[in-house]
Write a protein that binds this ligand. Structure first.
Ligand code: NAG
Ligand code: NAG
Length: 458
């Protein structure tokens, strides 16, 4: 009873404290739907049992603190999506954690890297106006220095401007949008026609042409990257979303042999000099090391080499001979474009089966690599049991032997089942908790459990 009273008291004190000064991250419940309307919210929809959510938790606190101290109008919250599943599905939450910025009727998904800086940048960008004005030459130059890719609407009121505003309010999740009068642009920029939508990047500028490029939104989507990029797994995913193919020099940056540097330069030059030909269909860049590509194609590419990926259907293309000159590279890219190059991979049923086997194999390999003993135990024991069973069945002369083995097997299984049941119970308990205070208590428990471990490692 005393313990109960003490914990009740704690709850009351905590509630008082939290009402006095709203936390940097607010715990949201199902009243959120009504209370949110007048504010811009950045919300982490989490599940208590999800590992990635736990990893995000401290970062989320930092995001909350930073947005608060910088005076941002964005309020930061988190919602247990398993406790308020109705609300979560109303907001279209499918996985955990899901990060959304809610602004009036619009909900913007955050898909970038889960670091404080990236999330704060996203919140500031999306919470601000969809189109930002560049009133002067100085301002334009300032923004040019800050951003690698700059979309600018130039001109007065027009149907194109309306379209631009619409596109901006949708694609602000990816990039900034600006508007300027012609006077604010550098003198070197000459536009044949106004109004115009222009993208400044790669030390040049390109104008949107409705008749050649199709819809403004697909043009923006394809132009929102620099002509040449250093590519990692995340950028590759983003590039793939534009529907273009990605031509990559796979190189080793730590050991810049002449060959690696040469291939990188070749791809860079093709990206620039053949922009007219290939920009519509290709992104260009280089990737450091072949680990990522190898796991993607379930094979091994040599370093350095060139590979072209079609992320829409998971096909890839390799040059039939090693590439020495720019002509060879251009020819290779042309052959992919006109369909004469041999395609590998794909997303057919055989490839999918191969993917399952490949993933299983690499999981096993990584366990063995990080701790061989555990690997032997995890995979060796079941194998041993199975072979013993087979042996027992094949050579069964007396019942005793095989009974023992069965007993062993049953014990092993029940252990696992019990563990799983415990976990499931925990989840259920977590899901059944209704009051936010209780939820908060739960979180504190987690922290307390972790603390001693951390101290030990220190
Ligand atoms: C890439 O994949 C898409 C989707 O299947 C397909 O329509 C397109 O033709 C492919 N491109 C090339 C060059 O194979
Ligand atoms: C496709 O392009 C390659 C490289 O430019 C060329 O050699 C080949 O003849 C072309 N094939 C077709 C069918 O156009």
């Amino acid at each position: 009873m005393a313990a109960l009273r003490a914990s009740l008291l704690c709850g009351v004190v905590a509630a008082l404290l939290s009402s006095a000064a709203p936390a940097v991250v607010e715990d949201l419940d199902d009243t959120f739907k009504d209370t949110r309307v007048n504010d811009i919210w950045l919300v982490d929809f989490y599940a208590p049992w999800c590992g990635y959510c736990k990893k995000l938790e401290p970062i989320w606190q930092e995001v909350g603190a930073e947005l608060k101290t910088s005076g941002s109008p964005v309020r930061v919250g988190k919602m247990d999506a398993t406790a308020y599943s109705g609300m979560a599905s109303e907001f279209g939450v499918r996985g955990y954690p899901t990060i959304k910025l809610l602004k009036g009727d619009l909900a913007y998904n955050y898909k970038g890297p889960r670091t404080k800086d990236d999330i704060v940048e996203f919140a500031n960008r999306v919470a601000g106006p969809a189109v930002r004005a560049l009133p002067s030459k100085q301002m334009f130059e300032h923004m040019m220095n800050r951003h690698d890719v700059l979309f600018v609407y130039v001109g007065g009121v027009s149907p194109l401007k309306e379209k631009y505003n619409d596109v901006a309010s949708e694609l602000i999740v990816y990039t900034y949008f600006f508007s300027a009068s012609e006077e604010a642009l550098p003198e070197s920029v000459t536009l044949p026609e106004l109004p115009a939508v222009v993208v400044f990047k790669d030390g040049a500028y390109f104008t949107y042409d409705e008749y050649e490029e199709g819809s403004l939104s697909s043009w923006v989507n394809k132009e929102r990257f620099q002509g040449y990029l250093q590519i990692d797994g995340f950028t590759l995913y983003e590039l793939g979303e534009t529907g273009k193919l990605v031509a990559i020099a796979v190189i080793d940056e730590k050991d810049p042999t002449e060959e690696s540097g040469r291939l990188k330069t070749l791809i860079q030059r093709v990206a620039k000099e053949y922009r007219e030909h290939f920009n519509r269909d290709f992104h260009f860049g280089h990737m450091d090391g072949n680990d990522y590509i190898n796991s993607l194609i379930m094979g091994e590419v040599t370093v350095p080499s060139v590979i072209i990926l079609n992320t829409s259907n998971e096909q890839y293309f390799l040059p039939s001979e090693s590439i020495e000159t720019m002509e060879q590279l251009v020819q290779f890219i042309n052959s992919v474009l006109n369909g004469s190059a041999q395609a590998y991979g794909g997303d057919g049923i055989i490839q999918r089966l191969k993917r399952i086997a490949f993933d299983a194999k690499s999981t096993i390999m990584s366990v063995f690599r990080s701790s061989p003993l555990l690997g032997c135990f995890l995979f060796g024991l079941p194998l041993g049991v199975i072979s013993l069973m087979c042996y027992g069945i094949c050579t069964a002369e007396s019942d005793d032997g095989s009974d023992d083995i069965d007993a062993l097997k049953r014990e092993g299984m029940t252990d696992e089942e019990e563990e799983e049941e415990e976990e499931a119970e925990e989840r259920q308990r977590a899901a059944e908790l209704e009051g936010p205070e209780e939820g908060a208590d739960d979180d504190e428990d987690d922290v307390r459990e972790k603390d001693p471990e951390e101290k030990k490692t220190d």
